[in-house]
Design a binder for this molecule. Structure first.
Ligand SMILES: Nc1ncnc2c1ncn2[C@@H]1O[C@H](COP(=O)(O)OP(=O)(O)O)[C@@H](O)[C@H]1O
Ligand SMILES: [Mg+2]
Length: 350
């Protein structure tokens, strides 16, 4: 009973009434002994009224001070646009309803502020994504339109080589557009949890060798050494083959793109405790320490102008990270500017 505020008030009032009752009994005894009936009765009434008033005022103040503090804190939270919870230190440090109410309010306001921040973050990301997407769609579209219009208008004056070249450029921009839309579509599906990995047990070393093979000709053309190192007794992994192929392709493609002629790209698969580690390393331009945290963000490119020249929108690593996360794995990057970069992905052993 003493744990609630009302319980404590009831006990307090009970004590007051018992005290008044005892005083009345004593007073009536004296009243009989001394015959000062009227005087004592008046004293008693005045005393009781004063005592009740003081007790009521103390209880009232005790209640209202803390309620006022709570309501001021709520008001301040509202005035801050529900963004900054106002810390509330109630006097008395009691464990009653008002204290519990303020604790609940504090927790609620912190949660509201956190969710508001998250909503603002999502909104900002959405706006940025929209701006980036429209910019990246417009660039190849405008080029394509330009070349095709020129072909239409000047078709009589152009030589067949020129016509061919114009068409080739238009096709290249068309391919870029196709790749961008495909990447966007894939990332959106991955982020919306619309795809789930089709888990199989397979030897990742063999897959790595197959994917590297696909890049062999391109590496040769660009005079890049492409080396695969697989531990012979590397255990199989449990993963979605298609998705892991995509991860490998993204990492090798990047390594090749950012490594100058004469460089080396290594793909390594080895056991690391209960995990299998896949490493893609290059001797390319490397990534600055400040950029390292951002490269997995969608649409992040160290050099924003790259899209115009290469058609790479900065979605590859975002897709890669999402796929690795879907497999309960982890992706890390180590890089030294000017010396090279290594991406390390780890998977559970089957
Ligand atoms: N191996 C690498 N060496 C140097 N920079 C890299 C490497 N891989 C990725 N990056 C940087 O990270 C950015 C994001 O990569 P990614 O998401 O694959 O986008 P994209 O390849 O479309 O540019 C790239 O623009 C590039 O600046
Ligand atoms: Mg890429």
């Amino acid at each position: 009973m003493l744990r609630t505020l009302y319980g404590r008030l009831a006990v307090l009032l009970m004590t007051v009434f018992i005290a008044i009752g005892a005083m009345m009994i004593l007073a009536s005894q004296k009243m009989v002994e001394t015959h000062r009936l009227l005087e004592l009765a008046t004293d008693l009434i005045i005393g009781t009224v004063v005592f009740s008033l003081v007790a009521a005022l103390i209880v009232f103040r005790f209640l209202t001070v803390r309620l006022r503090m709570l309501s001021e804190s709520i008001e301040a939270f509202r005035a801050s646009g529900f963004t900054t919870p106002v810390p509330l230190e109630l006097p008395g440090n009691l464990d009653d309803e008002i204290c519990r109410l303020s604790a609940a309010f504090q927790e609620m306001s912190e949660r509201i502020a956190m969710q508001l921040r998250q909503l603002e973050d999502v909104d900002r990301q959405r706006r940025e994504l929209l701006a980036n997407v429209s910019h990246d769609l417009r660039t190849p579209l405008a080029s394509m339109q330009g070349y095709l219009e020129t072909l239409l208008i000047k078709s009589e004056e152009l030589s067949s080589e020129e016509r061919n070249r114009y068409l080739q450029v238009a096709v290249k921009h068309c391919e870029r557009l196709g790749k961008l839309v495909q990447d966007l579509f894939e990332l959106t599906k991955l982020e919306a949890h619309e795809v789930s990995p089709h888990i199989e047990v397979f030897p990742i070393a063999e897959l790595a060798q197959d994917v590297v093979q696909k890049f062999a000709l391109k590496a040769q053309k660009r005079r890049l050494a492409l080396v695969t190192t697989c531990e012979p007794d590397c255990p199989p992994v449990r993963a979605d083959i298609g998705m892991i192929e995509r991860v490998l392709e993204n990492l090798i493609e990047n390594a090749m793109r950012y490594t100058p002629e004469g460089g080396e790209i290594g793909v390594e698969v080895r056991r690391a405790g209960t995990r299998v580690e896949l490493r893609v390393r290059d001797t390319g331009r490397g990534i600055d320490g400040e950029e390292l945290h951002n490269i997995f963000d969608r649409y992040y490119r160290v050099d924003r102008a790259e899209f115009g020249a290469t058609g790479n929108a900065g979605l590859g690593l975002a897709i890669t990270r999402r796929i690795v996360e879907l497999h309960g794995g982890d992706i890390q990057v180590q890089s030294t500017p000017g010396l090279g970069t290594t991406f390390i992905v780890d998977f559970a052993v089957a």
